[in-house]
Design a protein around this ligand. Sequence first.
Ligand SMILES: [Zn+2]
Length: 368
Amino acid sequence: MLVFSLVVMLVGVGLLFKIPSRGIWAMLGVFWLGLVGAHLVTFPQPNPVTRATGGTLFAWVALGLVVALVQLYRVGLAWLRARALPKAPQSPAPAQGVGAPASFGPTELDRYARHIVLREIGGAGQKRLKNAKVLVVGAGGLGSPVLLYLAAAGVGTIGVIDDDVVSNSNLQRQVIHTDARIGQPKVFSAQIALAALNPFVEVRPYNRRLTEAEASALFADYDLILDGSDNFATRYLVNEAAVCVGKPLISGAIAQWEGQLGLYDPARDAPCYACVFPHAPAAGLAPACAEAGVVGALPGVVGAMMAVEAIKEITGAGQSLRGRLLIYDALWGENRQIAVKRRADCVVCGTRENWTGATAGPNVGPNR
Ligand SMILES: [Zn+2]
């Protein structure tokens, strides 16, 4: 009884002063040594200490051995797990811009465990995600799920550019923002949400509208661009800058009940956005969400698919959307695919010799 209350007291003191479990075990070990020592001094004759603690020397030694064996087993298991996890069976082709080694602490290993067990991602893919730098244009309907899932997936550096502030009518679909953050710039609201979700990722907010002056220089800093902007001027500008610096672009769009996404990458022989959509629709033919409406969960579907494509692109898993346009019709619950090709006469990525990225085309110019 005395021993039991002493042990409870020791553990209680340990927890009270927030001593790590290793420290508590050390205290218990010292206590056990003292106990066995007290038995040993007068062995085999009992003394006051041995009478008070009950049991025999052999019982105490046996108990100590059992506890030591259990601890040894746990430490061994943890060591094996830490060794086994980062070694994925497959190592797909590395994404560009991903080179520096990244290492994971035990918390991160546990956080990404469901990725690491996937054959197509594994420890190697998770490291690529950590080393990856992804820029998201727009922190609205599509940007919300894109940003949340990229941060949750452990994409190490996430840039987000948007000049808008959170408004009441955004919250029907832009789930990264909250009622309490109405009036705040969207990029800072998003930054708060991402930091709360995953403190292991770096978020770089750019609270401004993407301009032609800085687009190329900004994009050059990232491995992959995701466009969830809500207007054609930005869409075409994003495409041109991505083509200019040779970075793959995952672009998504939504309207009412329908969404689409594609991966544009003329540097690797896939079409660019302007190859597929050479002209922006005439004003009025493609009204923005504000006028046409959009079902709130739709950007969730399309944005999450963009995030999946980004994860695939970074880790090299599966088949990318290069050369394919994916269309989702929510009203009928249908998916369609369209094969798309590069156009030699494309004003953005066409096969012209001295193309500079600043050449004017039908969608290029001061009116954008
Ligand atoms: Zn093109």
